[in-house]
Ligand binder design. Structure first.
Ligand SMILES: CC(C)(COP(=O)(O)OP(=O)(O)OC[C@H]1O[C@@H](n2cnc3c(N)ncnc32)[C@H](O)[C@@H]1OP(=O)(O)O)[C@@H](O)C(=O)NCCC(=O)NCCS
Length: 145
C-alpha cells in the first residue's frame, strides 16, 4: 500500500454514505448507518484524512462471520487496496481462531466481483455440496423524516 495511505478502524456514517455513493450503492438514514457501524469491525483506508476504502465485518463472536461493504473509491481502484482490505480481514479472522474453533465466513458478492473474492479462498454457491445463498430486503413504506 502506498506510504501516504493510513489504515484505521473507524469511519463516520456520513463518510460511509459518501463511499457507498461513489460506487452507486443505495443509501439509508445516517442513524441506521451509525447503528451498523457501531456493531461492526471496521477497516478504513485514508488518503490525507479522506476515506478511500472500507471493509466491514459483522461477527456474532461464535462461528458466524459476515463480510460486508468492501468498497474502494473508483479513483483508487486497481491499486491493490481491495487486496489490502481482504488480507487484513482474513488475517484478523485467523487470529481469532482458538484451538478446536471454526468460523463460517460469508459474504454477498456484487455482480462480476466473485473473481475478486475467489482470490481470497471464497467459493461460490450453489455447488455440489451446498444450495444457493438467499436474501430478502425489508424496507419501510414510510418516508424518512
Ligand atoms: C471489488 C473492489 C473492492 C476491488 O478493489 P480494488 O482495490 O480495485 O482491487 P485490487 O486492486 O486490490 O485487486 C486485487 C486483486 O483482485 C483482482 N480483481 C479486482 N476486481 C476483480 C473482479 N471484478 N474480478 C476478478 N478479479 C478482480 C485484481 O486483478 C487483483 O488481482 P491480483 O492481486 O492477483 O493481481 C472494487 O472494485 C470496488 O470497490 N468495487 C465497487 C464496490 C464493489 O463491488 N465491492 C465488492 C462487492 S461486495
Amino acid at each position: 500500500m502506498d506510504e501516504r495511505y493510513v489504515m484505521g478502524d473507524s469511519i463516520s456514517p456520513a463518510e460511509y454514505m459518501g463511499l457507498r455513493r461513489t460506487v452507486e450503492w443505495g443509501e439509508f438514514p445516517l442513524e441506521e448507518a451509525q447503528a451498523g457501524l457501531d456493531n461492526s469491525l471496521i477497516w478504513c483506508i485514508r488518503d490525507e484524512g479522506r476515506a478511500i476504502a472500507l471493509g466491514r465485518v459483522i461477527w456474532d463472536k461464535g462461528y458466524v462471520i459476515y463480510i460486508a461493504d468492501i468498497i474502494v473509491h473508483p479513483d483508487y481502484q486497481g491499486q491493490g487496496l481491495g487486496r489490502v482490505l481482504m488480507e487484513e480481514i482474513v488475517s484478523f479472522i485467523h487470529s481469532q481462531l482458538k484451538p478446536g474453533y471454526k468460523f463460517m465466513v460469508s459474504l454477498s458478492s456484487a455482480k462480476g466481483k466473485d473473481g475478486f473474492y475467489k482470490k481470497f479462498g471464497f467459493i461460490s454457491r450453489p455447488n455440489d455440496d451446498v444450495g444457493p445463498g438467499m436474501f430478502r430486503w425489508f424496507a419501510s413504506e414510510e418516508e424518512n423524516s
